[in-house]
Design a protein around this ligand. Structure first.
Ligand SMILES: O=C(O)[C@H](O)C(=O)CO
Ligand SMILES: [Mg+2]
Length: 253
């Protein structure tokens, strides 16, 4: 198995370029992040080149976080801001060779939001296509993100079908899917053709994956048996020094 360190949660005690170096030293095969925009592209690119790690993905900006925004792409009336965030994310991803951009939907619901999300995603997929970038959408659980537009994989599948772009895929985060829908093994098998990236964390506290209700020793075997070879995103909250939480690597043996 290969693993990607999600630097939105791991090694957040240091600047992003140093977090990339820490991930390399700890034995990760790749990195991914959330919102790298305050860090100069050149510094991130230099750390990636130095370590040889690929950056798998990053997120579009959430919008006005002081006002509680968590993405813009499904918000009626915010199309200009949403597309600026999409353009920014694609430009940053292209500059560091990142394969994916997660377009964050935000808090919205209803027919207007449905139409706006599809239109913004169509825009994102067209813009990303020329760079060979995959656009991801991710259902978030309703405990952490109550009211988030996208909460289930069935809704995500319907959106992906409505957009109909080959470079639009599902971020299958085992943590969120377990909290909302369960049946991880069968659900992942059924959704595999539309999955673009897989993430994991302990459930329900989002701690290291060797604790909690999900048996990741089993899940990693399932994912491997499905022929998935891309790195899996370790997106958990270490609650202390990240190095002290890496015992879960042994789950793969
Ligand atoms: O929270 C998550 O699971 C995400 O992957 C994310 O990108 C930010 O919400
Ligand atoms: Mg996730």
């Amino acid at each position: 198995m290969k693993f990607s360190a999600n630097l939105g949660f791991l090694w957040t005690d240091r600047p992003l370029p140093d977090a990339i170096r820490a991930a390399k030293a700890a034995g990760f095969d790749a990195v991914e992040c959330h919102w790298p925009y305050e860090v100069p592209v050149e510094a991130v690119r230099a750390a990636l080149e130095e370590t040889g790690l690929p950056m798998l993905g990053l997120n579009t900006r959430r919008g006005d976080t002081d006002a509680g925004e968590n993405g813009l792409a499904a918000l009626p009336g915010r199309e200009v801001d949403a597309r600026a965030a999409i353009d920014e994310a694609i430009a940053y991803a292209a500059a560091i060779g990142a394969a994916c951009v997660h377009v964050m939907a935000g808090f919205a619901k209803g027919p207007e939001a449905d139409a706006v999300f599809v239109e913004n995603l169509s825009y994102a997929c067209k813009a990303a296509h020329g760079h060979g970038i995959t656009v991801l959408i991710e259902p978030l659980n309703h405990y952490d993100a109550p009211g988030y537009y996208l909460a289930t994989t069935s809704h995500a599948r319907a959106v992906i079908e409505a957009v109909g772009a080959p470079n639009l895929k599902l971020m299958f985060d085992c943590y969120h899917v377990q909290l909302m829908e369960g049946d991880l093994t069968n659900r992942l098998k059924g959704l595999l053709p539309i999955v673009g990236h897989i993430q994991f964390a302990g459930v329900p506290d989002r701690g290291a994956p060797d604790r909690g209700e999900v048996n990741y020793a089993h899940m990693f075997k399932v994912i491997d048996a499905l022929g998935w070879t891309a790195p899996l995103g370790a997106e958990y909250k270490p609650g202390g020094p990240t190095e002290d939480t890496l015992g879960w690597f042994t789950l793969t043996r």
